[in-house]
Design a protein around this ligand. Structure first.
Ligand SMILES: NC(=O)C1=CN([C@@H]2O[C@H](COP(=O)(O)OP(=O)(O)OC[C@H]3O[C@@H](n4cnc5c(N)ncnc54)[C@H](OP(=O)(O)O)[C@@H]3O)[C@@H](O)[C@H]2O)[C@@H](O)CC1
Ligand SMILES: [K+]
Length: 502
C-alpha cells in the first residue's frame, strides 16, 4: 500500500486521466460510491445524515455520496459551505446530478444554521476540504470544523479529515476529529504522523481505479500482514540450527543485566538458529538461568561494564550491540572499535547508539549493512535535530540520515519507519501504546536480529520484524493483557501466536 504526498496523489490522478483515459467525473463517481459501500456497515436508514460539502473535488465526492445515499432511501441533507460560483468542474457536474435526482442544496448562511443542522444529525459526512488545502483553514470553515468537533454525531471524513495536512511538516492546523476516514486509493503521509494520525479515527482505504505507477520520489509503503506473509521465509523441514543463522548479542552491564536477556530470548523465539550472548561475567551469572538455550561468550569487564578487547566474530552471521551496555567511555571505545572492525551485518541500539554518535563517518564506510534502531530521543541525539522537528518530518529526516550515513534506519514510534540507504521506506502498521515501556526496544532488537539472518531483503526483514513485534503486542491487548500491564517479556511470549498465523 503506497503512501503518498498530496503532490504524488495529483500526479497519479493526472496519469489516470491522461494516460488511462479515465474521465475525472468517473473517478469522482467511483470515489463517492466506494465510500458509501464502506459506510454501509456503520449507518442505517433510521439515521439522518448531514453532508457538508466544500468548494473543491472533496466537496464533489460529497455530492456523489449524498446522491448514492438518497437513491438508496437514506435521509440526507446537503449543506454547501461556499457560494455557488465556487463549485466548478467535476464537482459542479455532480452537484447538478444531485439536483437532478431531487436533492436540495442548503447554502451556508451563518454558523447558527450549521449548529442547528449538526444537532439534528446522527451522522456527519465531512467533505469540506481534502488534500487541496493550502495554508491555515479560513472562515467560515474554521468555525464549522470547531462545531463538528463539538457535536455527538458520528463523523465520517472523506479522504482526509478536513483541515488536516496530507504531508509531513505542518504544525499548525485545525481539523475535524473523525470517527472514521475513508481514504481515497492511497494513504496520505499524515496518516503516519504522531500529530495527525489521531484525527483519522478508524480508517480504511477505498479503491477508485487509479493508475498503478511507480513514483519518481521513491517508494514509501505501509507494511501489512499480507506483505509479511508474502516475504517471510518459510522454514524447511530439512533445515538445521545453522540454517537460520548464528547471532551474537553484545550488551549488558552490572546495573542492567535484563536488557540483553530480553534480546537473547526474543531472537531465540523469532527463529534464530543459534544465539550467543557476549557479556561480562556478572551479567552472565544473573541471566544464564533465564535463557538456557543461548550460549555465552565471556567478555572482559571493569567496574561492571565492558572494556576494550578484540572479539572473534568470524562464526556469526550477524551481531546486535548496545542493549544495557551503559555509557562508560571504555565501553564506548570498545563499541566503536568493534563496529569499525567487523565485516558482518550489525544492528546498533540503545547505549550503542550513544557510543557511535561521534563516529558516524566511519559507519558510512562499512561494507556490510549497519542497522540503527533509535527512538525519536536517540534520533535527536544522533542528528542534533530536536525531537519536535523529527516528529514533524520523520520521513524526510530518516531518508536524509539513512542516505548520508549509508545505514538502514529503524525510527521507532507508533508508526515505525524503516528506511534503506537508498531512501526506500516501509512503515509498520502494528503496535500499540502498551509498547511504550522499558524493554520493548531490547525485545525488538532480538526479533530484528533473527529476521536479518534469514534469507530476505534487508529492508523487508526489518519491516517483518517490526510487524511481528507490534502484532504480538496487539494480540495480547486484544486477549488477556491491557496497554497498562503489558510487559516487554509478555511480548516475547506472545510471539508464538503471531508466528502461528503467518
Ligand atoms: N485522484 C484524485 O486526486 C481524486 C481526488 N478526489 C477528491 O478530491 C480531493 C482533492 O480535491 P481538490 O484538489 O479540488 O482540493 P480540495 O481538497 O477539495 O480543496 C480545494 C478547496 O478547498 C478550498 N481551500 C483550500 N485551502 C483552504 C483553506 N486554507 N481554507 C479554506 N478553504 C480552502 C479551496 O478554495 P479556494 O482556495 O479555491 O477558494 C477549494 O474550494 C481529494 O481529497 C479527494 O477527496 C476524488 O474526487 C477522486 C479523484
Ligand atoms: K474531508
Amino acid at each position: 500500500m503506497q503512501i503518498v504526498t498530496a503532490k504524488e496523489m495529483y500526479e497519479i490522478d493526472r496519469l489516470t486521466i491522461e494516460k488511462g483515459g479515465v474521465d475525472g467525473k468517473l473517478l469522482m463517481e467511483n470515489a463517492g460510491r466506494s465510500i458509501v459501500n464502506h459506510m454501509l456497515p456503520i449507518i442505517d436508514r433510521t439515521k439522518s445524515i448531514l453532508v457538508l460539502v466544500g468548494g473543491g473535488n472533496n466537496g464533489g465526492d460529497g455530492f456523489v455520496i449524498a446522491r448514492t445515499l438518497l437513491t438508496d432511501g437514506y435521509d440526507v441533507l446537503v449543506v454547501q459551505l461556499v457560494p455557488d460560483y465556487k463549485i466548478k468542474g467535476e464537482a459542479a457536474y455532480h452537484k447538478q446530478l444531485w439536483l437532478n435526482f431531487g436533492g436540495i442544496v442548503h447554502v451556508f448562511q451563518d454558523t447558527s444554521m450549521i449548529r442547528r443542522y449538526l444537532l439534528d444529525a446522527d451522522i456527519v459526512v465531512d467533505a469540506m476540504l481534502g488534500i487541496g488545502i493550502s495554508g491555515e483553514v479560513r472562515q467560515p470553515l474554521k468555525d464549522v470544523i470547531g462545531l463538528v468537533n463539538q457535536v455527538e454525531a458520528l463523523t465520517i471524513s472523506v479522504d482526509i479529515p478536513s483541515g488536516l495536512p496530507a504531508d509531513e511538516g505542518e504544525s499548525h492546523f485545525e481539523a475535524v476529529v473523525a470517527d472514521y476516514t475513508f481514504i481515497v486509493e492511497h494513504p496520505k503521509m499524515s496518516l503516519f504522523l504522531e500529530s495527525c494520525s489521531p484525527f483519522y479515527g478508524k480508517w480504511e482505504v477505498v479503491k477508485i481505479g487509479l493508475f498503478h505507477s511507480n513514483l519518481s520520489s521513491g517508494s514509501r509503503i505501509a507494511w501489512r500482514e499480507r506483505d509479511v506473509k508474502r516475504t517471510l521465509p518459510k522454514r524447511s523441514r530439512n533445515s538445521h540450527k545453522g540454517t537460520h543463522g548464528r547471532g551474537l548479542v553484545i550488551g549488558g552491564s552490572s546495573t542492567m543485566p535484563g536488557s540483553i536477556a530480553m534480546t537473547l530470548k526474543a531472537a531465540l523465539r523469532s527463529g534464530a538458529g543459534l544465539i550467543t550472548g557476549g557479556t561480562i561475567n556478572e551479567v552472565f551469572s544473573s541471566i544464564a538461568s533465564h535463557c538456557v538455550e543461548a550460549t555465552y561468550l565471556p567478555l572482559l569487564g571493569k567496574a561492571g561494564a565492558m572494556t576494550t578487547q578484540p572479539v572473534d566474530v568470524s562464526m556469526y552471521n550477524a551481531i546486535a550491540i548496545g542493549m544495557g551496555m551503559g555509557r562508560n567511555e571504555e565501553t564506548a571505545a570498545f563499541t566503536r572499535q568493534l563496529v569499525k572492525d567487523v565485516t558482518k551485518p550489525i544492528l546498533i541500539d540503545a547505549d550503542g547508539l550513544h557510543h557511535i554518535k561521534d563516529d558516524l563517518a566511519s559507519i558510512s564506510q562499512r561494507k556490510q549493512p549497519t542497522i540503527l534502531t533509535p527512538h525519536p530521543g536517540e534520533m535527536a541525539m544522533l542528528t542534533g535535530i530536536s525531537v519536535r522537528e523529527i516528529l514533524l518530518h520523520p520521513f524526510e529526516v530518516s531518508k536524509q540520515f539513512a542516505y548520508e550515513h549509508n545505514v538502514y534506519l529503524v525510527l521507532k514510534g507508533p508508526h515505525t519507519i524503516i528506511t534503506d540507504p537508498n531512501g526506500n521506506q516501509l512503515v509498520n502498521t502494528t503496535g500499540n501504546q502498551g509498547l511504550a515501556k522499558g524493554g520493548s526496544g531490547d525485545v525488538l532488537s532480538g526479533v530484528l536480529l533473527a529476521m536479518i539472518m534469514q534469507e530476505q531483503s534487508m529492508i523487508e526483514a526489518l519491516a517483518n520484524g517490526c510487524f511481528i513485534h507490534g502484532k504480538s503486542a496487539d494480540l495480547l491487548i486484544s486477549s488477556h493483557r491491557s496497554t497498562e500491564d503489558l510487559l516487554a517479556t509478555d511480548v516475547i511470549d506472545g510471539l508464538a501466536s503471531v508466528f502461528r498465523t503467518l
